[in-house]
Design a protein around this ligand. Structure first.
Ligand code: ASP
Ligand code: MG
Length: 466
């Protein structure tokens, strides 16, 4: 049975990290077929995005220095890993032609002063193309039959640039053509994470942090026995250890719990990772490249029983935008207009809350999306605002969401009461509560300055003592 193993940016961040990663792959590949999925070297995706932003802004100097900035860390890792000779020369040529294409793309962006979602997706894909080329070359160097595979040949998507979703059946067919024969020959495919292609073959990314998602898409496609996400922490934790020093690693959580935790700010895994795995009941493990013997977290249908709440998550740096007014009473059309106006901004909406009086609807969005959401609502309701049918648009900055997550909360009466009583005892003001949240989580909004106290108190009340 095949195992899919994904390595994040820090696990391929430099030559030393790549050595550790290669050692893990070598060990597992000796026992069973492995498909590796890799992120870009840490910081590279952001660097590529910065280069794109500079080019579109007409910054010629940045465009000229981009090639060296992109190439240097890759060249350095290659030089440290592969001795001078034919193999290094070939991989170096591969890196050279990849960075040349990225540079030509940046020049076009600079000339046109335009960076379409489609061009941006192509641009950011070079980080994974380069890291995978180096890792595959080094694996060959240490005697592991490995082959770099660019995922636009395998993962077929719906073509929504910047946030593509996989077409799982089509991807399965491609995997059978591209990956299965390699695996049958004992070859270890080193696949680029983060992107796939449109049906026509244009590069389309799966969203930031999407390499985890790539791993589960590929796991689904090859009917993997397990998907291992190798990262730089021991697993999914009961809280962010920077906020709660006594937080511990969870040994087993369910797909739904993992999805909720990822959605509510646990950075360790991309929230979309779970569904392709769950569809074929493939367990997902979170493992630490730097502590490979630590047990990690197992994500599957089962979960650690006996806890009502399992983890406390939080997302900071948010804002609330509220539409308020008499016009909202019982006017479903207005609600539709509100949602479509916000939808057009492509802002990430974390939470929607509607006052029971139905006089107001609030959206919790990322701080950076606040202005565009306000502007979109302002434009949509310009006339109504003039006629005072929609009375007001307002905002509140510097807020955060706190979420208490756990499958055991379902059917355990009184958890919500206990959550809010705990907040009351700490004198923490609750700004908003989500409407119709899933039974797996209770989430609410607090002032940014209260996040640590809220998470700490909830961890003490629900987790530390059980
Ligand atoms: N390199 C991509 C990013 O930084 C994808 C990933 O690392 O998962 O978003
Ligand atoms: Mg990640």
């Amino acid at each position: 049975m095949t195992r899919v193993m994904k390595f994040g940016g820090t696990s391929v961040g430099d030559a030393a990290a790549m050595r550790r990663t290669a050692a893990i792959l070598e060990e597992h590949h000796a026992r069973e077929p492995v498909v590796a999925v890799v992120s870009a070297m840490s910081g590279m995706t952001n660097l590529l995005l910065e280069c794109g932003a500079a080019a579109v802004a007409g910054d010629s100097e940045s465009v000229e220095t981009a090639r060296a900035l992109i190439l240097t860390p890759h060249r350095r890792a290659l030089t440290e890993l592969v001795p001078a000779g034919e193999r290094r020369r070939q991989t170096s040529a591969t890196l050279g032609s990849l960075v040349d294409e990225a540079t030509r793309l940046l020049y076009s962006v600079y000339v046109l002063r335009e960076l379409s979602p489609r061009a941006k997706d192509r641009l950011v894909s070079f980080g994974e193309r380069m890291s995978s080329a180096i890792l595959a070359s080094y694996l060959n160097e240490i005697g592991v039959a490995a082959q770099q595979v660019e995922a636009d040949r395998v993962i077929v998507t719906d073509g929504v640039f910047g946030n593509a979703s996989p077409l799982l059946e089509e991807t399965r067919e491609r995997a059978a053509e591209v990956l299965t024969p390699a695996l049958a020959d004992g070859v270890l495919p080193v696949v680029t994470g983060f992107f796939g292609a449109t049906v026509e073959g244009l590069t389309a990314t799966l969203g930031r942090g999407g390499s985890d998602f790539s791993a589960s898409i590929l796991g689904n496609a090859v009917d993997a026995s397990e998907i291992w996400i190798w990262t730089d922490v021991d697993g999914v934790m009961t809280a962010d250890p920077r906020i709660v020093p006594s937080a511990r690693t969870l040994s087993a959580i369910s797909y739904s719990e993992a999805t909720e935790l990822a959605y509510f700010g646990a950075k360790v895994i991309h929230p979309k990772t779970m569904y392709p795995a769950e569809e074929r009941a493939i367990p997902v493990w979170i493992k630490n490249t730097f502590e490979p013997d630590a047990p990690g977290t197992r994500i599957s249908v089962e979960h650690e029983a006996g806890y009502s709440a399992k983890a406390i998550a939080s997302i900071s740096g948010l804002a609330i935008v509220t539409v308020e007014g008499r016009g909202l009473i019982d006017v479903s059309q207005v609600t539709t207009r509100i949602f479509s106006a916000v939808g057009r901004t492509e802002a990430n909406v974390y939470m929607i809350s509607q006052a029971s009086s139905q006089h107001s609807v609030s959206f919790v969005v990322g701080g950076a999306d606040r202005a565009s959401v306000l502007a979109a609502l302002g434009a949509e309701f310009r006339e109504d605002l003039d006629h005072q049918r929609v009375l007001s648009l307002s905002e509140e900055r510097d807020v955060a969401i706190v979420a208490v997550v756990g499958a055991g909360m379902r059917g355990t009466p009184g958890v919500a009461g206990q959550v809010f009583a705990t907040m009351g005892a700490e004198e923490i003001n609750i700004v908003a509560i989500a409407q119709g949240s899933s039974e797996l989580n209770i989430s609410f909004v607090v002032e940014e300055t209260d996040v640590s106290a809220a998470v700490g108190a909830l961890h003490r009340a629900f987790i530390a003592d059980v």
